[in-house]
Design a binder for this molecule. Structure first.
Ligand SMILES: [Zn+2]
Length: 310
């Protein structure tokens, strides 16, 4: 199948199957249309194939009953199936690229560029809201947070409704939510879990956020699970990249408060000589960090969240 079924037919239904968005790539989909009219919510996961709480939450969402649902939920739970099967970190194995840096993509590019282009031209324009589910990758540890495209009030409201404890007003280019946000689609990335682990608590944290988003959009009646706090801490995020290959010795824990100038970690060679000392450029706290001993030049080492006035 090259094209998805119609998202709105007026008949409540649940469909699932596989679609080939670009040649050489087959991905699963789930579609649930409710009995009442309403928005179209797009939910993607598995952009990074080893972020399991997000993938499991998306798979469970495909089982949502059409009864009591207003509008349509379209779920693409594993966008990077080769990465899922091969337990890859960051990239689509076919082209070695990080799909979440490839947006808006190119129709004549590599596989990840073509997949990004398909999402931007065929799927995002149909959505009224978008949740892209992630977590720490196989080599990353984190405490739950969300990101939304900075400056989009509707996206920020969606992030507040989703209810993870921290929310990042994110800039930058190449990401799913920036591309969708540019099309006017309220969007967020949700980050739960990491290090290749998944458990019921992590999956439930994600599914509870999805339920709160569905309620916020008027797609399901309440009550929904309460968020762990009234409002997320709103932050900006600074992410230093490794300046050298080597071994990564972090000096801070997830959640730890740091000040500008504090040492966040060191990259050393195999004999212990320091190749790079990473100092914070910001006051804030640690949102996530690389947890592997091995580090390669250019990789994200950690994220420092700096609270916004709100
Ligand atoms: Zn990810």
């Amino acid at each position: 199948m090259d094209t998805l079924p119609a998202l709105h037919t007026g008949t409540p239904r649940s469909e699932r199957g596989f679609i080939t968005p670009v040649e050489g790539l087959e991905i699963p989909f789930g579609l649930v249309e409710g009995a009442a009219p309403g928005p179209i919510l797009l939910v993607t996961a598995g952009v990074h194939g080893s972020e399991y709480c997000s993938i499991e939450a998306a798979l469970r969402l495909m089982g949502q009953a059409p009864d009591g649902l207003a509008g349509t939920i379209l779920v693409l739970p594993i966008l990077n199936p080769s990465g899922f099967r091969q337990r890859s970190i960051y990239v689509m194995p076919e082209d070695g690229r990080n799909l979440n840096r490839m947006f808006p993509g190119r129709p004549d590019g590599t596989l990840s560029e073509r997949l990004a282009d398909w999402l931007v031209t065929k799927i995002y324009p149909q959505a009224d809201a978008y949740l892209d589910l992630h977590g720490g990758d196989l080599s990353e540890a984190l405490a739950p947070f969300s990101l939304f495209p900075s400056g989009s009030e509707a996206s920020q409201a969606l992030a507040i409704a989703f209810g993870l404890p921290v929310s990042v007003a994110a800039g930058g280019e190449g990401y799913t939510i920036n591309a969708a946000g540019r099309l006017g689609v309220p969007s967020l990335i949700a980050e739960v879990g990491g290090n290749g682990l998944w458990d019921e608590a992590g999956v439930t944290a994600m599914t509870a956020g999805i339920d709160r988003a569905l309620h916020h959009l008027g797609m399901i009646p309440g009550p929904v699970p309460a968020a762990p706090q009234e409002r997320p801490r709103m932050v900006t995020m600074w992410v230093p990249a490794a300046g050298a290959d080597g071994l990564w010795y972090p000096a801070t824990e997830i959640g730890q408060t740091v000040a500008a100038g504090d040492v966040l970690g060191e990259i050393r060679d195999v004999f212990g000589a320091v190749r790079e000392t990473i100092r914070s450029q910001q006051d804030g706290f640690i949102l996530y960090r690389l947890s592997s001993l091995a580090v390669n030049r250019g990789e994200a080492l950690l994220g420092v969240g700096t609270p916004l006035q709100n």
